[in-house]
Design a protein. Structure first.
Length: 147
C-alpha cells in the first residue's frame, strides 16, 4: 500500500518536488540544526518573538486587549474574519494571563494564533530595522549552540 502511494506521488509530482518531499521525511522532529533551518522555521520563530514582545507591551497597557477585540468584532460583522481571528475573538474574553500564555504557546493553536495576531496591527514593528533585528534574533535562536 505504501509503495503504491509513493508510486502515485512520484508520477504526479515534478522531480524537484519529489526530492524535497523525501528530504522532509528524513528531518528529525527535534529543533532543526543550522543546515536544516528553513525560511518557514525562521518565520515561525519571528512570530514567536513578536508575540513575546506584544505580551510585554500588553502587560503594561492592558487596554490593547479591548482594542484588539473591537478590531476583530468589525471583521466578524463584515464577514471578513478568518478562523484564527474568530479564535482570537473568543480568546480575548479570557483573563489576560491566559491570553498571553496562549499566544506564546509552542503548539499548533499557538502558531495559528500568532499567524492571525491582532496585536501586530496595534503594536507591530514599523521600521525595517526592527524587522531585520527580529529576523536575526529568530535565526540566532534556531542556530545550534556554540560550545
Amino acid at each position: 500500500m505504501a509503495q503504491q502511494l509513493d508510486q502515485r506521488r512520484s508520477t504526479a509530482q515534478p522531480a524537484n518536488t519529489r526530492r524535497s518531499v523525501g528530504r522532509a521525511r528524513r528531518l528529525p522532529a527535534t529543533s532543526p540544526s543550522e543546515s536544516q533551518v528553513t525560511a518557514h522555521d525562521i518565520t515561525e520563530m519571528e512570530r514567536l518573538i513578536r508575540a513575546e514582545t506584544y505580551r510585554d507591551v500588553i502587560l503594561t497597557n492592558p487596554a490593547l486587549v479591548a482594542s484588539a477585540k473591537q478590531q476583530i468584532a468589525h471583521l466578524i460583522d463584515d464577514g471578513e474574519a478568518t478562523l484564527g481571528q474568530r479564535l482570537w475573538h473568543a480568546l480575548l474574553d479570557q483573563p489576560h494571563s491566559f491570553i498571553l500564555a496562549c499566544m506564546t504557546a509552542d503548539d499548533a493553536e499557538g502558531r495559528l494564533l500568532r499567524s492571525n495576531n491582532p496585536f501586530s496591527t496595534l503594536i507591530g514593528e514599523r521600521e525595517t530595522s526592527e524587522r531585520v533585528k527580529t529576523w536575526r534574533m529568530a535565526k540566532a535562536r534556531l542556530s545550534p549552540k556554540q560550545t
